[in-house]
Design a protein around this ligand. Sequence first.
Ligand code: NAD
Length: 457
Amino acid sequence: MSTLEIFNPATGARIAQLQADTPASVVAKAQAARAAQAAWAATALADRKACIARFRASLVAEIDTLAALLTSEMGKPIGMARGEIQGLLGRIDFFLDAVDLATTTETVYAQDGMREQIEHVALGVVANISAWNYPWFVGGNVFVPALLTGNAVLYKPSEFATLTGLAIARLLHSAGVPQDVFTTLVGTGEVGAALLVQDIDGLFFTGSHATGAKIAHTLGPRMVKMQLELGGKDPTYVCEDAHVANAAASLADGAMFNTGQGCCSVERVYVHEAIYDAFVAAFTTTVTGFKMGDPTHEDTYIGAVTRAPQLAVLQAQVDDAVAKGARLECGGKQRSGPGNWFEPTVLSQVDHRMDVMREESFGPIVGIQKVANDQEAVALMNDTRYGLTAGVFTPNEQRARALLARVRAGTVYWNCCDRVSPRLPWSGYADSGMGLTLSTYGIATFTRPKAWHLRQG
Ligand code: NAD
């Protein structure tokens, strides 16, 4: 029987050893989910909503222990861990409010004895293969609306957030969701790959483009509904009329929050040449003020890097940039000692020959590039294979709207960044993925619209 070992990335200590799923247990869990789904879909929506409301109440009751668990397995500073669970409460409230509207059968035609209706039917059994960086958020964006709309969920948390995944299952079950309607699969990518080949009606994935591409390759010929929420290399342009101090403070936070491990973290900053030097100075001052250290401390802002191999990726990006002429404003290296630590790093005088401006960093490093005008900024923002979010800082809304209309990104920000709302759809262009979560569209996505043609006989 294979095991999954869980390490604390802040200390390097092993904190748990779990029994991992096997090919046979994955098959058994998928079959049990299939057998359980119809009864769950037949349950009144009000009863499914009551289960999710009880789940929400248990998050409130256990928030401190759940936050500590998340911090222990992924190194997220404790305040941010609590903030993530707190943030999920608002998302649950949105889903509870909006699910009736998104799933009510619509009569779209009624004339001469003929009626036409659209019914929103649960997909059936959905697999959710998830990432570790915001496990409550990215998991909740899928399993909450999927359960509300009557699906059974096979949930494969990341191997770096499995303790949180097991806690989610425990709380859902004690809130009344049947065991086989929400099932956790424990293991690495091998277990995820075994899940893909089961009898599923939908696959909802959050993770890297590399894994997403493998999944698309496997599932494509089977015509299974597939949603892939993948990486980003998210840019922001700071115009010459922007408030320098405000923009620098907001963007430094957007780049470094969650130790830079966000799909919508700010990874590229383009600044108009008229304010470039002042902006770099203000940005660097903010970043050097961020406290890095023990993530269990309330005042820690920069925690551990969750995955040890990412340290080499970050170092290679810094070294590549510096070798090609970038200036290291602060940070730039790993911290020695136990655990996975990388100093918050700001690189100026960067350009698009450098990996730091092209490849996802997913860590506490950011590049700031000087631009001469709006035209150049838009061209550089679009010079990427990704397209998750993009932003513009300027007091002029018309100018921001005109610029952002030309940027290929699923989400755009005016004078803000690194922000997700349950009321708005979350989606990406190009290598940032396909499909969407959140908003009423992100509820409907767990249903299939069934067309009814009804004539009185
Ligand atoms: P990852 O691709 O390494 O792993 C994601 C999940 O896929 C894990 O559960 C893993 O076990 C599983 N997996 C790995 N190989 C598999 C395979 N062959 N078949 C099936 N499953 C497999 O990604 P990660 O490191 O967990 O997450 C970081 C990435 O996620 C970043 O690129 C980030 O930008 C992205 N992300 C995107 C969003 C979004 O909303 N677009 C949100 C969060 C994270």
